[in-house]
Design a binder for this molecule. Structure first.
Ligand code: CMP
Length: 144
């Protein structure tokens, strides 16, 4: 199924210069980049993004962290990109992620885990609508 996923390089990933590598991994896999921007998220945007974690003990720190610097918000499109993207990213805890995944290759910390990827097609649609206006997403056919 051709679908879209919301992928975000978090402030630690941007700070460490991992943006290019992360985009490259998705491009190499054959996914089409249809949205891309850099911004420092507001607390309101961060809280909406993590709404499902509101009330959990780590929620305030999560919002502090996401708003602590620039993030790169990305939308990739392609076959099973939500599920494959999650596989490429690895587990929430980098130490539990298999070698070769983005979090295992670059991360050691549960909170600062470099990257976010939508966990379902429904989440992806909600997150893309939250982070992007419709006219910020490119509708195009890649030239062969
Ligand atoms: P992410 O997959 O982007 O979505 C939720 C985030 O919450 C997760 O990455 C972690 O960074 C963070 N998180 C989840 N569980 C914990 C936890 N127990 N302690 C701290 N941060 C957590």
């Amino acid at each position: 199924v051709t679908e879209r996923s919301f992928i975000m390089v978090k402030p630690d990933g941007v700070h460490r210069g991992l943006v290019g590598d992360i985009i490259k991994r998705f491009e190499q896999r054959g996914y089409k980049l249809v949205g891309c921007k850099v911004l420092v998220p507001s607390r309101e945007l961060a809280a909406k993004h993590y709404a499902e974690h509101d009330g959990k003990p780590f929620f305030p720190k999560l919002v502090d962290f996401l708003t602590s610097g620039a993030v790169v918000a990305l939308v990739f499109e392609g076959k099973d990109v939500v599920k494959t993207g999650r596989t490429m990213i690895g587990a929430t805890n980098p130490l539990a992620s298999p070698p070769g995944t983005i979090r295992a290759d670059f991360g050691i910390d549960m909170g600062r885990n470099i990257i976010h990827g939508s966990d379902s097609v429904e989440s992806a649609m909600r997150e893309i609508a939250l982070w992007f206006r419709a006219d910020e997403l490119a509708d195009y056919t890649p030239v062969a």
